[in-house]
Design a protein around this ligand. Structure first.
Ligand code: PGA
Length: 248
């Protein structure tokens, strides 16, 4: 599988700003090959981004979804609607959903099951907070997030993309060192029965992407802040790392 470069815009960019961001990005990157580039704008920008990337090989993802397919759930968004707008991917369990919106492992488990059932590829985020890290509980927290998040999913888990996103590294400018990331990725891999794709997220920038992507264990990155500027996201997409040698 090609390395994955996903840009999570969070609650930024209205539709007009989204259009210009993607147009500028496309001009900078041209026809990207050997990369799975995923744009993850806010819900309200999905149609416009879908339109701008129609003739490119960029992919579309959403930042969240509800676990029911339709019904009386005011303010929620069905994964089926996301599919009909052209999304292939959906982020599940981003730390901002867990910590600000109070989403639990149980809720995320339901969302993962629905995503699998309807054929959306989930990008499932796990990661420890600063306190949990200082208390030496990183592995304990991640193993709980995986065990409860993947409950009853069993053999299908390899269809999920995992993103290790240490909460202390998100939006803080503090990136985990490649060695810290590699250690946690190995731990995650050991918990999973089949081979899965594992990304890293947390203050990924043009300045550190090459070093991170140099590691075989890191199969892609989930980028927040640095995906909001076409120049920096384009540079991240064009990273030089272990997989560049396989570029055709
Ligand atoms: P950041 O966000 O790159 O701004 O740290 C990463 C994320 O939240 O996925």
């Amino acid at each position: 599988m090609d390395p994955i470069i996903a840009g999570n815009w969070k609650m930024n960019k209205d539709p007009a700003q989204s259009r210009s961001l993607v147009q500028n990005l496309l001009e900078l990157i041209g026809d990207v090959k050997n990369r799975e580039v995923i744009l993850i704008p806010p819900f309200t920008s999905l149609p416009i981004v879908a339109e701008v990337i129609r003739n490119s090989n960029l992919k579309l993802g959403a930042q969240n979804m509800y676990w029911e397919r339709s019904g009386a759930y005011t303010g929620e968004i069905s994964g089926l609607f996301l599919k009909s707008l052209g999304c292939d991917y959906v982020v599940i369990g981003h730390s901002e959903r867990r910590h600000i919106m109070g989403e639990t492992d149980e809720m995320l488990n339901k969302k993962l099951k629905t995503a699998l059932e309807i054929g959306l590829i989930a990008i499932f985020c796990v990661g420890e907070t600063e306190n949990e890290k200082e208390e030496g509980r990183t592995e304990q927290v991640i193993s709980r997030q995986l065990r409860q998040g993947l409950k009853d999913i069993g053999n299908e888990a390899h269809k999920i993309i995992f993103a290790y996103e240490p909460v202390w590294a998100i939006g803080t400018g503090k990136t985990a060192t490649p060695q810290q990331v590699v250690d946690v990725h190995k731990f995650i891999r050991a918990q999973l029965k089949k081979k899965s794709t594992i990304l890293y997220g947390g203050s990924v920038k043009p300045e550190n992407v090459d070093t991170l992507m140099h590691e075989q264990e890191i199969e892609g990155v989930l980028v927040g802040g640095a995906s909001l500027k076409p120049e920096s996201f384009a540079r991240i997409i064009k990273f030089a790392g272990h997989l560049t040698s396989t570029v055709k």
